[in-house]
Ligand binder design. Structure first.
Ligand code: SF4
Length: 220
């Protein structure tokens, strides 16, 4: 079985077991951008509280957030952890969005994906996972998001080494799958769900996992 077919079999197994994940949980593309920074090294529950606090204070639009003093922003996003660092990172991202497209995310989404990715990676505090999350989930561009769950699942299935780098993981998907934003969107979300619910760090629940059959009977 070639890698494209294999990956699609993995995806179908997760989709069949768990349904479409409907990721990313946000009301606007800009909210995705904010969440992509806030979720760095943090569980989603804290991110949700921080986003709710921003929304509650009328700061969940680009101009309002841009005008918010750094210290006030840090206070509001405290539940997301590393709040001073993340406040500065949000300000850096806001400066990029203001200068590059005047906060017109639809216009940004119409540009060349690789160029926008390079620009995002040039923003201090925006790494590849954050950049790809913004590209895929905020801008609707076909950029696959990889993360620690991706690495754990692929390595446990013998598909990539445990120390695979971010680009190796991303390329593992993007080299063979069609550039399909909807597929990339849900595939990543499925891997996050499987990683969170089944592929535990110490004791993976392979017997209950939708990907369990691939361990027992690797596709030929
Ligand atoms: S829990 Fe087991 S079957 Fe599921 S992804 Fe992890 S290693 Fe694979």
């Amino acid at each position: 079985m070639n890698r494209e077919t294999l990956l699609l079999e993995y995806y179908k197994a997760m989709l069949g077991a768990r349904g479409h994940r409907g990721w990313w949980p946000a009301e606007t593309p800009f909210e995705v951008c904010v969440g992509a920074v806030l979720t760095q090294n943090t569980a989603w529950t804290g991110v949700r509280k921080a986003i709710d606090a921003l929304r509650g204070h009328g700061c969940l639009d680009p101009e309002a957030l841009d005008a918010l003093p750094l210290e006030r922003l840090a206070e509001l996003i405290r539940p997301a952890g590393y709040f001073r660092l993340k406040a500065q990172r949000l300000k850096n991202l806001l400066a990029y969005l203001r200068e590059s497209c005047g906060f017109d995310l639809a216009e940004l989404a119409s540009r060349d994906m690789l160029q926008v990715r390079e620009e995002l990676l040039g923003v201090r505090g925006v790494g590849p996972e954050t950049a790809d999350s913004i590209l895929c989930y905020a801008l609707g561009m076909p950029s696959f998001v990889a993360d620690t769950y991706t690495r754990r699942i692929l390595s446990r299935h013998g598909l990539l080494p445990e120390d695979a780098g971010y680009d190796d993981m991303r390329d593992f998907f993007m080299d063979v799958l069609e550039p399909d934003t909807a597929l990339y969107n849900d595939f990543h979300a499925q891997l996050v769900g499987v990683g969170h619910h089944f592929c535990k760090t110490r004791a993976p629940l392979c017997g209950e996992c939708p990907l369990g059959p691939f361990l027992e009977n690797p596709p030929g």
